[in-house]
Design a binder for this molecule. Structure first.
Ligand code: GRF
Length: 187
């Protein structure tokens, strides 16, 4: 199997990045993580670059030429798949055009419900009974691309934001690898 060269974009803790790196070490998993792009020099997830010997590019996403810098590096490392994993910045149309159908994101809600930020507090406020996560393709609208995998759990009356986050992340560690296997199953 020829594994897809993948770049993971992060801004924070990087637990999904770590999980994908671990999965990618399995010879049957369809991708390798060849590059990490972080837009936060203090992101905790940046440590996984050194730990797993993967190149890390820190890009200040407020700078004017940042998209060109991102594209330059994606080409340099021959990246064919982008996985967003807690990347707190909207991906520009230029990148989306270049990577059509090859950009994935994981979102901590049952999309199309609760796009955007603060998903858990909004769910609790609305007295939702179900929560979960969604892996989807990225298009030019926020959290709106086609769904690939969705995982659900029942919210308990004792669940607070922290508990919801932790239960959601446990499902994310299953959902992201599953989505990647699903889309590359026949390639
Ligand atoms: C995840 O919960 C994901 O759904 C959201 O951002 C969080 C990133 O967590 N997009 P981590 O940085 O992978 O730990």
């Amino acid at each position: 199997m020829v594994k897809k060269k993948t770049c993971v974009f992060i801004s924070g803790q990087g637990s999904n990045l770590k999980n994908l790196i671990n999965k990618s070490r399995d010879s049957n998993f369809p991708i390798t993580i060849n590059l990490i792009i972080s837009n936060n020099k203090n992101a905790r997830g940046n440590v996984y670059a050194k730990k797993f010997n993967i190149p890390l590019i820190i890009i200040n996403s407020n700078l004017k030429n940042c998209e060109n810098k991102i594209l330059y590096n994606l080409v340099k490392y021959k990246i064919s798949l982008i996985c967003l994993a807690g990347y707190m910045k909207i991906i520009s149309n230029k990148i989306i055009k270049n990577y059509k159908k090859n950009i994935l994101n994981i979102h901590p809600s049952l999309l199309p419900k609760y796009k955007g930020l603060n998903t858990f507090s909004r769910m609790l406020k609305d007295k939702e009974i179900k929560a979960g996560c969604t892996v989807h393709y990225v298009n030019d609208k926020l959290d709106s691309g086609d769904k690939i995998v969705q995982k659900i759990f029942q919210i308990k009356s004792t669940d607070n934001e922290q508990i919801l986050k932790s239960k959601t992340q446990d499902l994310e560690y299953k959902a992201y690898p599953e989505a990647i296997i699903k889309i590359f199953r026949y390639s």
